[in-house]
Design a protein around this ligand. Sequence first.
Ligand code: AHM
Ligand code: MG
Length: 341
Amino acid sequence: MTDRGLGITVTEHLLREQRETPYATGAFTQLLNELIVAAKIIHRQVSKAGLVDIFGSTGSENVYGEEIQKLDEFANRTIIRRVIHTGHIAAIASEEDADIIEVPHQYPTGPYILLIDPLDGSSNIDVNANIGTIFSIRRRIKESGPVTLDEILRKGSEQIAAGYFIYGSSTMLVYTTGKGVHGFTLNPALGEFLLSHRNIKIPKRGKIYSVNEGNYYYWSEPIRRYVDSLKEKDPAKGKPYTSRYIGTLVGDFHRNLLKGGIFMYPADTKDPKKPRGKLRLLFEAAPLAMIVEQAGGAASDGHRRILDIEPETLHDRVPLFIGSSEDVSELERFLNDGGSS
Ligand code: AHM
Ligand code: MG
């Protein structure tokens, strides 16, 4: 780490970005700071998940009919509690809640809407693998009054910031406000996130593919052909690729962001419940699409740029192909013309 800027705290970094933004009021910086505090609390809880009775399942289901683990609820509640009263937001939408969460009348409201996947990869909690928190911030359309759904059901290109916390071998924050992607690593002794990865750029082509290959026979023919092609022995094309899949979107995405490669969650052609894949457009695909584009990569549903897709409902799902730009383009060629070009 020879760069003298490395090691500055995330707060200092945010304040520098704020100073470079004309008319910034500081509300946005304070909102991100509250999220950071929430993430530190979640980090602490995650790191002792095996020790306390927060481990395991609540027995209840979320809006998708999936079992909610206790730590999911904890993360969801922690983030909501930290930001709801700050006066910086007008509403929150969470992957764990069916409807928009309004700011209670006793608190002031602000110009931002926060979207969260509070604990991504929750099936990995009890095996001690990476989990994460994904967030995205949008500016509301109306000046005042209750937030309506049409203010949230908007293209990902309208996000003003997106990021994630990854609770792994270290806890990290990776975020963008549209001025590049920066990574901060939590120093547990100081309790501070320090700049460790300035201006992250994803390699144009990678050597890793990440997909749940157990679903192979549920994919469309072109997707199967594309994945088969990655295993061909062709050193000139850098093939075969290496297969890496954690089953936590944040973890798989983060590795590929740093090393290059493609993450895929295709549509399921045989399961009527998953015709549009598994991952959620507003809470997972769009925030990571903003990050990957800022890092020079690409995100697609196979045909369209993820950031151009207008959601129809809060919990819309979408097929997701995200990572190095040349890998995503190659996948699109397979879907659109059989990969011949
Ligand atoms: P969630 O844990 O927030 O519900 O997210 C869904 C997770 C993603 O993190 C991951 O990419 C995917 O589900 C894995 O799905 P599968 O087990 O079908 O491979
Ligand atoms: Mg998730």
